[in-house]
Design a protein around this ligand. Structure first.
Ligand code: NAG
Ligand code: NAG
Length: 236
C-alpha cells in the first residue's frame, strides 16, 4: 500500500517534470524566434501597426528604430505640417508685422511639444530658435522644465508658447517666460478661446503689458493670440 502510493507519486512527478520541460522548450523556441529573427526584419511593420508593444519582444524591436528616425517620420506627417503652416500664417506673420520678430531674433518656444513652433520659425528664416518641453523631442526640442528654465535673465527677444493651459503652475510658467525675455521683448501666447479669459491670462504677467489680442484660426480652432510687451519693471 505504502509502496503503491510512492510509485504513484513518482509517476506524477515524472509527468509534471516532462510538461514543464516541454513548456520551457516551447517558450525558448518561441521567444528566440520572435525577438531575433522575424520581428527584426519586420520592424517597420510592427511599428506602424501596433502603437503599444504586445510583449517584451515587441519592446525590444521598437528600440531598433531610433527616436530621431521616428521624429523625422512624424514631422513629415500631414497633420504636423498643417500645424506648422498654420502657426506661420496665424501667429508668426502678425508678430513680425508688429516688428517683434526678425530673422536675427533669439526666440524661445516653451512647451514646444514635437517642435511645430520651432519648425515654423525656422522656415520663416529665424535662425536662433530654442525649443524646450518636459520631454525632449530631438532634434528640435530639448528637455527643460517650463517652471524652471535653464536660461539667464533677458536672453531672448521673444518667448512663445501655446502650452500655458497645460501648465501645472501658470503663475510660475509665465514668470519664467518673463524672466528669460529681455526688456522691450515680447511674450506671445496662443490659447483656445474657451479655456481662458484674456484678462486672467494678462493678470499673470508682472513685467509686461498687453500690446494686442487677436482672434486667430489655428488649424481649424478659434484661438486668442495674446501679445505682451515686456517693460522691464517688476510690479508689486
Ligand atoms: C529671412 O529669412 C528668409 C529665409 O532665409 C528670407 O527669405 C528673408 O528674405 C529673410 N528676411 C529678411 C528681412 O532678411
Ligand atoms: C510694466 O508693467 C507692469 C505690469 O503690467 C505695470 O505694473 C508697470 O507699471 C509697468 N511699468 C511701466 C514703466 O510701464
Amino acid at each position: 500500500m505504502d509502496r503503491n502510493v510512492r510509485r504513484l507519486l513518482n509517476r506524477v512527478s515524472v509527468v509534471f517534470a516532462t510538461i514543464a520541460t516541454i513548456c520551457l522548450l516551447y517558450l525558448f523556441h518561441h521567444s528566440s524566434r520572435s525577438c531575433f529573427s522575424s520581428s527584426l526584419t519586420h520592424t517597420h511593420l510592427t511599428l506602424s501597426r501596433s502603437p503599444f508593444p504586445k510583449s517584451s519582444c515587441d519592446a525590444f524591436s521598437r528600440r531598433v528604430s531610433s527616436l530621431e528616425a521616428r521624429s523625422t517620420k512624424f514631422r513629415s506627417s500631414r497633420s504636423y505640417l498643417r500645424r506648422v503652416h498654420s502657426l506661420s500664417a496665424s501667429v508668426f506673420d502678425p508678430i513680425r508685422s508688429l516688428g517683434l520678430l526678425s530673422n536675427s531674433s533669439h526666440v524661445l518656444c516653451v512647451s514646444a511639444g514635437a517642435g511645430h513652433g520651432v519648425e515654423a520659425l525656422q522656415e520663416f528664416g529665424v535662425t536662433d530658435v530654442t525649443g524646450v518641453d518636459l520631454i525632449d523631442y530631438p532634434p528640435l526640442v530639448q528637455r527643460a522644465d517650463p517652471h524652471n528654465l535653464p536660461f539667464f535673465d533677458g536672453v531672448f527677444d521673444l518667448g512663445f508658447s501655446d502650452g500655458l493651459v497645460g501648465a501645472l503652475y501658470p503663475v510660475r510658467f509665465v514668470s519664467e517666460l518673463e524672466r528669460t525675455v529681455r526688456r522691450g521683448g515680447a511674450v506671445v501666447l496662443v490659447m483656445a478661446k474657451e479655456v481662458a479669459k484674456v484678462e486672467e491670462v494678462v493678470g499673470l504677467f508682472k513685467r509686461s503689458k498687453l500690446l494686442e489680442v487677436r482672434s486667430v484660426n489655428l488649424d481649424g480652432s478659434d484661438m486668442n493670440l495674446i501679445i505682451m510687451k515686456h517693460n522691464g519693471t517688476k510690479s508689486s
